[in-house]
Design a protein around this ligand. Structure first.
Ligand code: RIB
Ligand code: CA
Length: 325
């Protein structure tokens, strides 16, 4: 089967890092490049982090480009409280010296689309994507699909009562993409990503695996786990972004329906994704909104892809009914 050519646009970020690892460990995907946008941390820090993650899995061959470091209109607000000062859970890994990131993410995206059929996995604010569309939507319309982590349909917000972080950081970009994209859009929002909890049990399993990759995941998620306990008394941490990668790999992991979706760009509800389930606006559906997922099936895919050598142990742990509440 021919590999899917993808660009990952992201703001690494702890869960973005797990998504990058999942994508690069998935034989069905060819990652043509990683483009960075400001979100969890400033874009330049995000680009450094992408290199640190690529180095940890010996994939510095994948090019990293930084793009827009400020939202289209709003003042940038980052999330070091969630992802740590360094954006990787205060692990303070050394700066990668072997290679450097480049600038020009938007140009890279448009040039890549001109060469071949590209799918885009967007895991941060949609500033780069909106800018690429604004620069040349005719070229951009050749994109096969965009699967983005962002928004919330019936789930509550994670940075305001109603807004999800990626849409809240750059609501204008999210609104622009939703209303101008000529390509299939899939919204992997909080309704499904909140189900994807890397639990203390899973973290203990990773500790028992006791290899370089499992230790990296335990290390970069520790700060994020502490944040989840302080913020919402969640045991473990919600890893949003890898679900977008997993969905691109296997659409059967989530259910959803197409609706017209718009974004609130001012006022108290800024960043809210407005899903018109009642078709009040009489507008054509512009986005498939995912509403159900099977977390256990996601974790089978996630762990088996990253740790094929532990397939039997993963089966034992994930099928043990004693752990489900
Ligand atoms: O709301 C969660 C999203 O915002 C995730 O993509 C996380 O990495 C942050 O970018
Ligand atoms: Ca992200």
């Amino acid at each position: 089967m021919e590999k899917k050519k993808v660009i990952i646009d992201c703001d690494p970020g702890i869960d973005d890092s797990l998504a990058i690892i999942l994508a690069l460990k998935s034989p069905e995907l060819e990652v043509r490049g990683i483009t960075i946008v400001s979100g969890n941390v400033h874009g330049n820090k995000g680009a450094e982090n992408a290199l640190k993650i690529l180095k940890s899995i010996n994939r510095l061959d994948v090019p990293v480009y930084v793009g827009k470091t400020e939202p289209l209109k709003r003042q940038l607000v980052t999330a070091e409280d969630t992802h740590g000062e360094d954006g990787l859970g205060e692990t303070q890994y050394p700066t990668v010296e072997e290679t450097r990131y480049r600038t020009g993410a938007v140009e890279f995206i448009l040039n890549a689309i001109k060469k071949e059929e590209i799918s885009i996995i967007a895991l941060g604010p949609l500033t780069n994507i909106a800018t690429a569309m604004q620069e040349d939507n005719e070229v951009f319309s050749k994109v096969k699909e965009i699967v983005f982590m962002g928004g919330a349909f019936k789930s509550f917000g994670n940075c305001s009562p109603v807004a999800e972080f990626n849409f809240w950081v750059d609501p204008d970009a999210a609104k622009y993409v939703l209303n101008n994209a000529k390509v299939p859009l899939t919204m992997v929002g909080l309704d499904v990503t909140r189900e994807i909890v890397l639990t203390p049990n899973y973290i203990e399993m990773l500790k028992q695996f006791n290899n370089q990759l499992s230790k990296l995941i335990v290390d970069i998620t520790r700060f994020y786990v502490n944040f989840h306990w302080k913020q919402e008394k969640t045991l473990g941490c919600v890893i949003n972004d890898p679900l977008a990668v997993a969905y691109l790999l296997d659409n059967s992991l989530c259910e959803g329906k197409s609706y017209y979706v718009d974004v609130v760009i001012e006022g108290q509800a800024i960043g809210m994704s407005m899903v018109d389930e009642g078709n009040f606006l009489r507008k054509k559906p512009n986005c498939k909104v995912l509403t159900e997922t099977d977390a256990n099936r996601f974790f089978y895919k996630f762990f088996n892809t990253l740790f094929p050598e532990f397939k039997e142990d993963i089966e034992i742990v994930l099928s043990d009914k004693r752990y489900s509440y």
